[in-house]
Design a protein around this ligand. Structure first.
Ligand code: UDP
Length: 317
């Protein structure tokens, strides 16, 4: 197949591109490089099965020849980007998604929209099934991303219902793995850079808030099953249900890196969700999917990647 992957220089996009190439597909890799990583692009550019296209998805995508599927993974996704890139995020989730849906319609391609657990906001239900409609502030600092992605889901369903596009929606929960940006601002990159440099780990609030961390290869497998091996149109949660407090993550990182770092408690960011755990019953039943990489194994692989990158670029992070 010829498959477009947008956000191909990001964590999920670059691993997805590699998986699709490994499965024998040709990948048209698109990224605007606003938050994508040059080291992920260098690696992609070197592959003969990849065509590299540097552009924003809010601009028209001009690709010659047929396209069988589009995976839209493009959007700044770290909470530290929500304030400085607010308008860009809203444009990406509206005009960007609209253009890609038109593109999928024109090419009669499958279209997968990367949605998010942020659709559930600060959830009052735990774990969160797809039927839960969420608790989202429409005006808070996170709203550009949360409401942007909710709008993107609505637009995706509208193109399915009114134009017959073969759409899929993946609600992705916290994902991690090698090739994360050192200065990404999210919890694991922060903790890993801090501990590897012997600095204190910045735990926000009391660290009692929870998240559920999914290793990137597991997530990518779920995305491929959903887009290419199913015809399920409604949203599907993809994440690892192994819920953990942020304080426990800090303790595990300190233990696994063997560092003597202490914990430094900082104020909790505005609207920070207190709980997050995917109910993956639907993914299990429809895709036969569940994560296989436990946190310890995934953390060790990610630590190794961060060690190597920091050894080459000691001032980064
Ligand atoms: N967090 C933290 N220290 C950090 C970065 C994040 O304690 O240096 C917390 C953050 O407040 C949140 C959780 O870790 O409760 C996950 O944050 P992240 O930015 O990774 O993603 P989110 O799940 O909030 O989108």
């Amino acid at each position: 197949m010829r498959i477009v992957v947008t956000g191909a220089a990001g964590l999920v996009g670059s691993h997805l591109a590699a998986r699709l190439v490994g499965d024998g597909h040709h990948v048209l890799a698109v990224d605007s490089m606003t938050t994508g990583q040059p080291r992920n692009v260098d690696w992609l550019r070197g592959m003969p099965e990849v065509t590299w296209i540097e552009q924003d998805i809010a601009q028209p995508l001009e690709i010659e020849g047929g396209v069988d599927a589009v995976f839209n993974m493009a959007c700044p996704a770290s909470p530290v980007d929500f304030r400085p890139k607010a308008l860009e995020i809203m444009r990406t989730c509206s005009e960007g998604v609209r253009r890609l849906l038109e593109f999928a319609l024109e090419h009669e391609a499958i279209f997968l929209q990367a949605s998010t657990s942020e659709c559930y906001g600060d959830p009052e239900v735990n774990p969160q099934p797809e039927s839960y409609r969420g608790n989202v502030s429409t005006i808070g600092v996170r709203s550009v991303y949360d409401e942007g992605k909710r709008f993107a889901e609505a637009l995706t369903m509208a193109y399915h219902r009114e134009r017959g596009v073969r759409t899929r929606i993946a609600r992705i929960f916290n994902t991690y793995g090698p090739r994360m940006r050192l200065d990404d601002g999210r919890v694991l990159p922060n903790f890993l850079c801090q501990t590897l440099k012997g600095e204190p780990l910045t735990v926000y609030g009391e660290g009692r808030q929870t998240r559920s961390f999914c290793y990137v290869d597991d997530l990518v497998d779920g995305l491929v099953r959903l887009a290419l091996e199913s015809d399920f149109v409604e949203p599907v949660n993809l994440g690892n249900p192994d819920e953990v407090t942020i304080r426990q993550v800090a303790e595990e990182v300190i233990e696994l890196t063997g560092s003597g770092s202490k914990i430094d408690y900082r104020p909790l960011p505005e609207d920070d969700p207190k709980l997050r755990q995917p109910d993956i019953t639907r993914a299990r039943e429809i895709l036969g999917w569940s994560p296989t990489v436990d946190r310890r194994t995934g953390f060790l692989r990610t630590i190794e990647d961060f060690r190597q990158v920091l050894a080459m670029h000691p001032t980064d992070g």
